[in-house]
Design a protein around this ligand. Structure first.
Ligand SMILES: Cc1cc2nc3c(=O)[nH]c(=O)nc-3n(C[C@H](O)[C@H](O)[C@H](O)COP(=O)(O)OP(=O)(O)OC[C@H]3O[C@@H](n4cnc5c(N)ncnc54)[C@H](O)[C@@H]3O)c2cc1C
Length: 431
């Protein structure tokens, strides 16, 4: 859907507040169009929830958590191509999802064929064991779901092998909330963008060696070449509004008039909710826990394995380390770190056939990793356009037609930038 919202005239200057992926995406699109961008973030660095850091305990540079994107993600491809890191994503040549059920000892691959016609479903060996062809019609039911109050549990049976081995692990990772309560519409939007476009669109890709190297540092360099030097440790404390526009921003050093500039607010929802009067934002969040082990994986291990029957959910083999993700981790996030590391190493070493004792480890807890992707929370996501004609919202929590994802955050930043410049939306408003 193309929406045209031409401002009186395109701004020559823009403030982008928040240098997470949504803010970086907005800044890149604005700078590409020749707009002078002022980028600020309250943190001492860029990246927000998608970042890397040198971990002294491990002696390695790691990501705050494993981040998966799909080969068919359009905004990811556009953003990485622009900043020059299109080759930084690594994944298989064909869509193969390795599963290992540690409770039963079974291993299998969900093997999606390359083309759009889902021929893989006809081959029992390419499906999850014990699932029937007819059950996969559930994917189509989700893909056709409308944007209403129905959850996945309202549309699909929430027990049995198809649920346990296909829907639950996939949707827990995608929605980061209990899948039965997750928005059927958001689940469907994800499926339409990935599985329903065929295997070549749903190869799971990981940024190597790090998120920063793929998504963050090159974007900052690209922006620097276009005259944008971000201000870090600069927290936006207040916005001064006139009746129909933002007049000034307060970063703690007095009011900064914005004059004719556009303002893209790309901060988390709870911050935007405090800065913008009357703004309704998602207010329930779900945790993600990652545990990293300084141990090289066996050479023949798949890059990504979904584990079932364990606390660990997704196991990612980097060349120099093994990282495990637990989504929807609210029940375990407050558990003692050493106990978590020991239990998960036990599971990981069992899955990979490693006999070594617990190596150096790190547990990274993100309590408000994403908004809870339920229908009620999705209904609280605002549009990018606000009632102030020079203020635009960006973030994975702003309406973008996807759950809280890298693709959604990048689309959202792109949309905010295009609205600020009076351009048609590239990805639609998401409704
Ligand atoms: C552990 C983890 C694993 C994830 N896994 C995946 C995955 O596998 N696949 C996937 O697609 N997505 C994943 N995500 C989600 C993905 O990371 C997010 O959707 C994306 O990073 C959100 O970007 P954003 O710019 O919208 O928000 P943020 O990254 O939260 O950026 C907001 C920025 O605003 C800044 N800020 C806050 N307050 C102020 C203020 N007052 N003034 C100025 N700046 C301010 C913050 O410092 C931050 O840099 C994961 C997230 C986490 C936490």
């Amino acid at each position: 859907m193309a929406v045209s919202l031409k401002p009186e005239r395109s701004p020559t200057k823009a403030y982008v507040v928040g240098a997470g992926l949504a803010g970086l995406s907005a800044a890149v699109e604005l700078a590409r169009a020749g707009v002078k961008v002022h980028l600020a973030d309250s943190a001492p660095r860029a990246g927000g929830r998608c970042r890397s850091y040198h971990d002294a305990q491990l002696g390695q540079t790691i990501d705050n958590g494993n981040h998966f994107v799909f080969s068919g993600n359009q905004a990811v491809a556009r953003y990485l191509t622009t900043i020059g890191t299109a080759g930084a994503l690594h994944g298989p040549d064909h869509a193969r999802f390795a599963f290992h059920d540690l409770a039963t000892g079974e291993r299998w691959n969900l093997a999606v064929n390359d083309g759009r016609l889902p021929l893989w479903l006809l081959d029992k060996a390419r499906r999850a064991p014990g699932t029937r062809l007819s059950e996969y019609a559930g994917l189509a039911r989700l893909a056709l779901a409308r944007r209403d109050s129905r959850s996945i549990g309202d549309l699909l049976q929430t027990n049995g092998r198809f649920w346990d081995r296909v829907i639950e692990p996939m949707m827990l990772a995608v929605l980061n909330c209990p899948p039965a309560q997750g928005s059927a519409w958001l689940a469907g939007r994800f499926l339409r963008d990935s599985f329903l476009r065929g295997g070549q669109a749903c190869r799971t890709m990981v940024a190597m060696p790090t998120l920063d190297a793929a998504f963050i540092d090159p974007a900052l360099r690209w922006l620097a070449l276009r005259g944008t030097t971000p201000r870090f440790s600069a927290r936006l404390r207040a916005i001064a509004f006139a009746e129909d526009r933002v007049e000034a921003l307060d970063f703690g050093e007095g009011l900064e008039p914005v004059h004719d500039a556009a303002v893209v607010l790309a901060v988390p929802p709870w911050v935007a909710g405090e800065l913008v009067p009357g703004l309704v934002v998602p207010d329930r969040f779900c945790a993600i826990l990652n545990v990293h082990f300084a141990h090289a994986p066996p050479v023949d291990a798949p890059m990504i394995t979904a584990l079932l029957g364990t606390l660990a959910q997704w196991l990612v083999c980097h060349p120099d380390r093994i990282s495990v993700t637990i989504s929807g981790a609210d029940d375990v996030i407050d558990r003692d770190r050493a106990g978590l590391a020991a239990q998960i190493w036990d599971e990981v070493s069992h899955a990979l056939g490693i006999t070594a004792p617990l190596p150096r480890w790190q547990v990274v807890k993100e309590k408000r990793a994403t908004f809870a992707a339920t229908p009620a929370q999705d209904a609280r996501r605002p549009q990018a356009k606000t009632r102030w004609h020079n203020l635009f919202l960006a973030g994975d929590w702003v309406q973008n037609g996807l759950p809280a994802t890298i693709e959604g955050a990048l689309r959202s930043g792109d949309s905010a930038a295009r609205l600020a410049m009076g351009e048609n939306l590239r990805y639609g408003a998401g409704t």
